[in-house]
Design a protein around this ligand. Sequence first.
Ligand SMILES: [Zn+2]
Length: 136
Amino acid sequence: MQVQVKAQMQVQVKAQMQVQALQVVANAQMQVQLLKEVLETTKKKMMSRMEKKLTSWVWGHFTRYELEVQQSDGSIIKQPWAKCNRCTHKAKAESGNGTKAFSNHLKLKHQILKGQQILTQSGNSIGTYNMMRMSV
Ligand SMILES: [Zn+2]
């Protein structure tokens, strides 16, 4: 008899624990959902910020690459650089500096102004592009 009672109690305790566990899971799920939403918003914000930074019109005319620079102490650091697609011009692409130096180069060396990228990509742009090449 005693063993039966004990077994029943254990079942009850187990059931209670299961209910508690379910509640915990439900709470956790809610928290995860909230967290997901927060993460999603943060990600979207970051993405749009990054896109804004990376989709500047000048990057249609420059190829970015990393340059390994040896410091005086022998350590090597990677620097973001960009090379002009139309000539051998290279410049450091420091994120804080914006794209002013690049747009200036395109304007002064290649007579390319903001908005012309769309023109060079359309069908009748080959002539324009060749003319720009010839003027270099
Ligand atoms: Zn150039």
